[in-house]
Design a protein around this ligand. Structure first.
Ligand code: KET
Length: 467
């Protein structure tokens, strides 16, 4: 993560972390001098109460913080929406910002199958709280790779896959990015334009140089397939390419299987290295297998790839921070050497991952009944989102809101990329207490039958009153 850990071949790291050691050591010594002075003054006025000594000591009250120069950072473009929402006292407020599933009643959902798995874990008195290995829970890793690559995956059978448990999808992307920055010859990663807002930051801080490829065409509200092929076709050979495995965030636009096939052929012919981000397996179509097709096609050709998996959405384990990084390689020997290096990335970063979330996932994935129950609950979540799409679309049509809103029912996954501009979004937040990201993305999972009319009113007012 920071410059002192980079290997000889690695990139120089981000400017955010580079501070000259002389300036930090001098500010440290003057800070410790100030602390000592404050202590001496405090001891000299021992008879008075501690509060007296603080207020009676003008120097300590006025001493600058060693962090006085720190400028306030902006809120996160996605998680900051929840911060703003929480401060709003309106009874009509509606959070369509973060991609987190809510029930028809607008409540967060803990899956039944997760409750059962947790109960099993609690009842099992043989379980202990020892550290996991650096790479995490072995069962979890094996089952996660199988879930996304398929039970019959030749790469798994040939031991060509290394999987490490990471801190959800974000942590998996970060560990993968750090590994690439240390050990891969091409340090440019191409991400789609637009993409999940955190990608640029994750990969830049990992030490990669981030470029974009065309992905979305606002005019058609669909895939800019030609632009995508051109941009990947002119990327330097060997460059890393970030692909959303399914349910592209924020656009909800995925390539068709035929288009995936063309992307695969182009990338393999130019030796571009795929890095899949799979944060929504099962959420797009309701089927875990259907949503893994893009990844499985790339794995089936025998080529190499990286893959970040998250269980935040599809198992509702958001706050448990449970995910996995898998790297599919050419041989078992390379896979085991790569794993040894992943351990060297992880150990100084967070040592080893937490045990609880991974144990829940492993319990569900290894028990046929629990697994089946999960797929049913997952399908129900996907179906509710799809039904929200239809309700919102019908409601806007019934109201006669100007514009073609068919993209609401065509887009895939958790989000609708509405096409509303930042001014319209700001208007909807101010006048209607509806919270969403400024790029016009709404989380369909945050909507319910009860709130569709309110959202319809707001969108109607925004498009008719704000240019
Ligand atoms: N990839 C994508 C494409 C993604 O949308 C998210 C989360 C993640 C990775 C990371 O999820 P994790 O919780 O680390 O497993 N997206 C939602 C939440 C967030 O921004 O953190 C969102 O877009 O609302």
């Amino acid at each position: 993560m920071s410059p002192q850990f980079t290997s000889p071949g690695a990139h120089s790291s981000s400017p955010t972390f580079s501070s000259s050691s002389s300036s930090s050591s001098s500010s440290f010594s003057s800070a410790s001098d100030r602390r000592l002075n404050a202590l001496v003054r405090h001891l000299a006025t021992e008879e008075s109460s501690p509060m007296d000594s603080i207020s009676a000591s003008p120097t300590s009250a006025h001493a600058d913080s060693v962090f006085a120069h720190v400028v306030r950072g902006p809120e996160d473009p996605i998680l900051g929406v929840t911060v703003a929402y929480n401060k709003d006292h309106s009874p009509h407020k509606l959070n369509l910002g973060v991609g987190a599933y809510r029930t028809e009643e607008g409540k967060p959902l803990v899956l039944n199958v997760v409750r059962k798995a947790e109960q099993n874990l609690v009842n099992d008195m043989s379980r202990v709280k020892e550290y996991l290995p650096i790479v995490g829970l072995a069962d979890f890793n094996k089952l996660s790779a199988r879930l996304i690559l398929g039970a019959d995956s030749p790469a798994i059978q040939e031991n060509r896959v290394t999987t490490v448990q990471c801190l959800s999808g974000t942590g998996s992307l970060r560990v993968g990015g750090e590994f690439l920055a240390r050990h891969y010859h091409e340090r440019t990663i191409y991400i789609p334009q637009p993409t999940w807002g955190n990608h640029t930051k994750v990969f830049t801080l990992a030490g990669l140089s981030v470029k974009t490829y065309r992905y979305y065409d606002p005019a058609t509200r669909g895939l800019n397939f030609q632009g995508l092929l051109e941009d990947l076709g002119s990327a330097p050979a060997g460059a890393v390419v970030l692909l959303h495995a399914c349910a592209h965030n924020p656009t909800g636009v995925d390539p068709t299987l035929e288009q995936w096939e063309q992307i695969r052929q182009l990338m393999r012919s130019r030796a571009l290295l795929p890095f899949f981000d799979s944060a929504y397996q099962g959420f797009a179509s309701g089927s875990l297998d259907a949503d893994a097709q893009s990844v499985r096609r790339f794995a089936a050709d025998g080529g190499e790839l990286l893959l970040a998996q998250s269980y935040a959405k599809n198992m509702g384990l958001y706050g448990e921070r449970v995910g996995a990084l898998s790297i599919v390689l050419k041989t078992a020997e390379v896979a085991s050497k790569v794993e040894s290096q992943l351990k060297l990335v992880i150990r100084p970063m967070y040592s080893n991952p937490p045990i609880h979330g991974a144990s829940i996932v492993a319990t569900i994935l290894k028990d046929r009944d629990l697994f089946n129950e999960w797929t049913i609950e997952l399908k129900a979540m996907a179906d509710r989102i799809i039904s929200m799409r239809h309700q919102l679309f019908d409601s806007l049509r019934a109201k006669g809101t100007p514009g073609d809103w068919s993209h609401i029912i065509k887009q895939i996954g958790m989000f609708t990329f509405t096409g509303l501009n930042p001014e319209q979004v700001a208007f909807m937040t101010k006048e209607y207490h509806i919270y969403m990201t400024s790029d016009g993305r709404i989380s369909m999972a945050g909507l319910s039958s009860r709130t569709v009319p309110h959202l319809t009113e707001a969108i109607h007012a925004a498009v008719t009153r704000v240019a």
